[in-house]
Design a binder for this molecule. Structure first.
Ligand SMILES: NC(=O)c1ccc[n+]([C@@H]2O[C@H](COP(=O)([O-])OP(=O)(O)OC[C@H]3O[C@@H](n4cnc5c(N)ncnc54)[C@H](OP(=O)(O)O)[C@@H]3O)[C@@H](O)[C@H]2O)c1
Length: 354
């Protein structure tokens, strides 16, 4: 379930850890859990044991978390074509491996294990739980050397909770894979969702000339976060307008190589955040015969990535777009809204009310 060892299994012997154990043993917290794959109402709020930090771990009192497309996929097993069998291996073959969803959190350090030196009780932090999930709960343990960082003073818990999912995609795809350079012409297909709004902001930050592609109702939003140009995909098809880009990022799965290749500059890169298994295989093979490249990847997280995101948030170079906020008791409604595929930026769950 959660990454912490249960109190009874723990072999820790230090004073701090004993104190934590005594304080937490047998205590329960509220968490949104699910025991089978399915629609939003497979999720329900239940009492579960509060995880106990090991020597090198910290216990975070979660203030805010998000419901994102990873939660939707892990809950529903709706995966891009060709990824079905891989999905069950990742999320659990017969039933969910992790009962508690939630890939990103923000909160306050409640207590620390015996050997922890980087964080102390009372620190405001945010963390990327990734496919370990566990964020939709009142408490979550995480290694002190894991993907987390302190929250800058001018960043709210809600904003901090929404930094990692979109932010790591934007950093990984633009910097690591796309090798973005100032002046690059960058097109973000699917510019209004969690990853899209992060990509638009960070592509601007890295000096790109950014074109966002979204539906009519999101044009103003995408402009407001810095896009130089916006294409309404319900009116215009960017692959037919004769313009070329140094980087095309596809977060919507509607701009595969077959459609995008003529819109790439001579040494252009197509970065696939979302694509079908066969598209990804075929396009890799095809792009090798061309000066143009197609790159698919899974974004990764690290403490360094979190610190970069914290710095960007502090400087207001990346401010996560928050669409709606729900309480933990409204978790089913939050999942239903995310399932619509129409959210703008992130959907936040506030665990601790103002
Ligand atoms: N590779 C990785 O490491 C990685 C990491 C995170 C997420 N992902 C995947 O990336 C995808 C996007 O994630 P997300 O969290 O950003 O999802 P999201 O917040 O739900 O956003 C999806 C966006 O797609 C847009 N869209 C739908 N149809 C479109 C079309 N025909 N053309 C252009 N845009 C269209 C929607 O905007 P409109 O309402 O304006 O249409 C929506 O904003 C998910 O499938 C997720 O599984 C991959």
């Amino acid at each position: 379930m959660l990454t912490g060892r249960s109190a009874d299994q723990s072999q820790c012997s230090g004073r701090t850890t004993r104190k934590i154990r005594a304080g937490m043993k047998g205590q329960t917290m509220k968490a949104a859990v699910y025991d089978r794959y399915g629609p939003p109402d497979v999720v329900y709020v239940d009492d579960v044991e509060i995880p106990v930090p090991e020597d090198e771990q910290i216990l975070i009192r979660v203030h805010a978390t998000t419901v994102n497309s990873a939660d939707w996929r892990a809950r529903s097993l709706e995966l891009p074509p060709g990824f079905g069998p891989i999905g069950r291996l990742v999320f659990g073959v017969f039933k969910p491996r992790h009962r508690i969803l939630g890939t990103e959190i923000s909160g306050v350090v409640e207590s620390v294990g015996n050997t922890v030196s980087k964080f102390k009780p009372g620190d405001r932090v945010f963390a990327d739980c990734g496919t370990g999930f566990g964020g939709h709960a009142e408490y979550r343990v995480i290694d002190e050397n894991g993907p987390l960082a302190k929250i800058p003073e001018n960043v709210s818990f809600e904003e901090a909770a929404a930094l990692c999912f979109g932010g790591t995609v934007a950093l990984d795809f633009l910097q690591l894979h796309g090798k973005i350079q100032p002046g690059d012409r960058v097109l973000i297909n699917g510019a209004s969702g969690t990853t899209g709004t992060a990509l638009v902001q960070l592509a601007k930050h890295f000096g790109g000339h950014v074109t966002g592609v979204c539906s009519s109702s999101n044009i103003e939003l995408v402009k407001s976060i810095g896009a130089d140009e916006v294409i309404d995909y319900t009116v215009d098809d960017f692959t037919m307008n004769g313009r070329v880009y140094d980087i095309i990022v596809d977060t919507a799965g509607t701009a595969p190589w077959s459609r995008s290749k003529n819109s790439l500059a001579e040494t252009g890169r197509l970065l696939i955040v979302l694509g079908s298994f066969s598209d990804i295989l075929l396009s890799r093979f095809r792009s090798q015969r061309d000066g143009k490249k197609v790159i698919d990847a899974v974004a990764g997280s690290s403490p360094e990535r979190c610190q970069v995101l914290a710095d960007l948030a502090e400087a207001r170079k990346f401010t996560p777009v928050i669409d709606r906020t729900y309480s933990l008791d409204e978790i089913v409604e939050a999942h239903s809204y995310v399932d619509s595929g129409r959210k703008k930026g992130s959907v936040v769950i506030k665990i601790v009310p103002d």
